[in-house]
Design a protein around this ligand. Structure first.
Ligand code: ATP
Length: 245
């Protein structure tokens, strides 16, 4: 473990279409090896933050107008998505975007495309160990998987790049409670294998139950942060989020 955070966002401002200010001086850290939860209502700016980290803002007509994004000490403010991936950051987007027409294994191959054959075999074995259901369905068409299985595939594909930081955008969205638990267990396992995780969730209870630290976002700013256990005990947070848990 190093003391340099794997992700450090400082005083970040993001504007869409040159006029809509969506992040207003947002700062947060993901310590190396940690799971950090990012909570906030619809429209608070969670997805925008992830876009600012991954370099995908430009594709949405967004721009960083102030502040910095560093990955393991390297300044990646406004970097290209490919550079961010090369630095060890992988993202699972909201809505589990998989290639529906392709087989399960081809989806995974697409996530590990830059790897040599031996490494690819190793990585795919690791993903199948983590998600036995994907191994069983490896030759099946991805679009026929259940919602939960598609989420596993989306996570598995991100893991093929062996990220040091995994960004998860609402992985429990739309999943039945049993599957939410499964996703939670998977995040714990992934983290146990050394990957740091920034977990964006509306399901505050799930996220805080596995995170060590949490941030609450409101209209583009952190309004509360602290150790996850403390946030879980917080009356206001419970009141606001328990309904959606
Ligand atoms: P959700 O949980 O609904 O995904 P969120 O916290 O992830 O919400 P964002 O998607 O980051 O929030 O959106 C924050 C604000 O930015 C919203 O008001 C949204 O309408 C606006 N926004 C998002 N994308 C764009 C865009 N491409 N152009 C203009 N405004 C945008």
């Amino acid at each position: 473990m190093t003391t340099v955070p794997v992700l450090s966002v400082n005083n970040l401002e993001v504007v869409y279409d040159d006029v809509v200010l969506v992040l207003r001086g947002l700062s947060l850290d993901v310590p190396d090896g940690a799971v950090v939860a990012l909570l906030g209502a619809n429209g608070a700016g969670k997805t925008t933050l992830l876009r600012a980290v991954t370099g995908l803002l430009v594709a949405h007509r967004g721009k960083i107008t102030k502040g910095t994004v560093s990955v393991a000490g390297a300044d990646l403010t406004g970097a290209d998505p490919a550079d961010v991936v090369r630095r060890g950051v992988a993202q699972v987007m909201e809505g589990r975007r998989i290639f529906a027409e392709m087989s399960v294994e081809d989806n995974l191959r697409a996530g590990g495309h830059s790897r040599r054959k031996a490494e690819y075999r190793e990585d795919v074995t690791r993903v199948f160990d983590l998600f036995p259901v994907l191994a069983q369905r490896r030759r099946g068409t991805a679009g026929y998987l259940s919602g939960g299985e598609q989420q596993m595939l989306a996570i598995g594909r991100a893991l093929m790049a062996r990220p040091k930081l995994l960004l998860l955008d609402e992985p429990s969205l739309g999943l039945a409670p049993k599957l939410v638990e499964q996703v939670r267990d998977i995040v714990v396992q992934i983290n146990g294998q050394g990957t740091s995780v920034l977990l964006v969730e509306q399901n505050a209870v799930m996220a805080l139950s596995i995170a060590s630290y949490g941030y609450v976002l409101e209209v583009g700013k952190v309004v509360r942060d602290g150790p996850a256990a403390e946030l879980l005990d917080d009356e206001d947070i419970r009141e606001f989020y328990l309904g959606s848990a």
